[in-house]
Design a binder for this molecule. Structure first.
Ligand SMILES: Cc1cc2nc3c(=O)[nH]c(=O)nc-3n(C[C@H](O)[C@H](O)[C@H](O)COP(=O)(O)O)c2cc1C
Length: 208
């Protein structure tokens, strides 16, 4: 067993749900109390020149309509997501030796969805969304602190800090979802789900 793993986990075709969202949900539930931060996921994008980019974000929702993340709509990633309309997500759960890869098309979440998630965040996080000019150069730390103080002053006494218009969600609708289970001896288990063209999914085992 790999030293970092707590379980001798395997994945066979008969273990898999027919639907990748159900399969993801099963893994998600299993990870909940075993992985310290299961929602940390790498979001890869492509810019207008075809240059790839990647950064960690938090997975804030998943289901048959897609995988959700939230960010600043003026950020570099937003320009890449809006511009190219495609993205990939990749997570690794070290404690379980599991990887999930998701590729597909992206669109912005509705304003209602973004409002609902924004209002569920702690007050300081909400103010942070107002204060940070994400991906833009800033002079120094003081500028950031000053911007936060301005936001605090602006919304002092307001029960709910409203969502800035330039902050919200993206939904990635997958074209392919891959589940990878690390195995002893490096012959890992790896399965992809791709749409079968009639509303279902084709499942294939791939060489690891
Ligand atoms: C674990 C982790 C989680 C993060 N979650 C988010 C997130 O949910 N949304 C976000 O905009 N940035 C998040 N960040 C910051 C991003 O990695 C990145 O620095 C920022 O979004 C700017 O990226 P960009 O310039 O490519 O747009 C997170 C960073 C880490 C390390």
């Amino acid at each position: 067993m790999a030293a970092h793993r707590e379980d001798d986990l395997t994945l066979s075709r008969s273990d898999l749900a027919d639907d990748p969202f159900e399969q993801f949900d099963a893994w998600w539930e299993y990870a909940a109390d075993k992985v310290p931060m299961p929602e940390a996921i790498c979001l890869s994008t492509v810019d207008a020149q075809g240059m790839p980019d990647a950064r960690m974000v938090l997975l804030r929702g998943h289901g048959p309509d897609g995988f959700r993340i939230y960010t600043n709509y003026d950020s570099n990633k937003a320009a890449q997501l809006d511009g190219q309309g495609v993205a990939a997500l990749c997570l690794f759960w070290r404690e379980l030796d599991r990887q999930v890869r998701i590729r597909g098309t992206v669109k912005r979440a509705t304003a209602e969805e973004s409002d609902a998630y924004y209002l569920s965040r702690p007050p300081l996080h909400r103010l942070g969304a107002w204060a940070s000019p994400q991906s833009q150069p800033i002079e120094n730390r003081d500028e950031l602190e000053r911007r936060l103080a301005e936001a605090e002053e602006r919304f002092a006494g307001e029960e709910d800090v409203p969502r800035p218009e330039n902050w919200g969600g993206y939904v990635l609708e997958p074209d392919v979802i891959e589940f990878w289970q690390g195995r002893i001896g490096r012959l890992h288990d790896r399965f992809t789900y791709t749409p079968d063209g009639s509303g279902g999914w084709t499942i294939q085992r791939l060489g690891p």
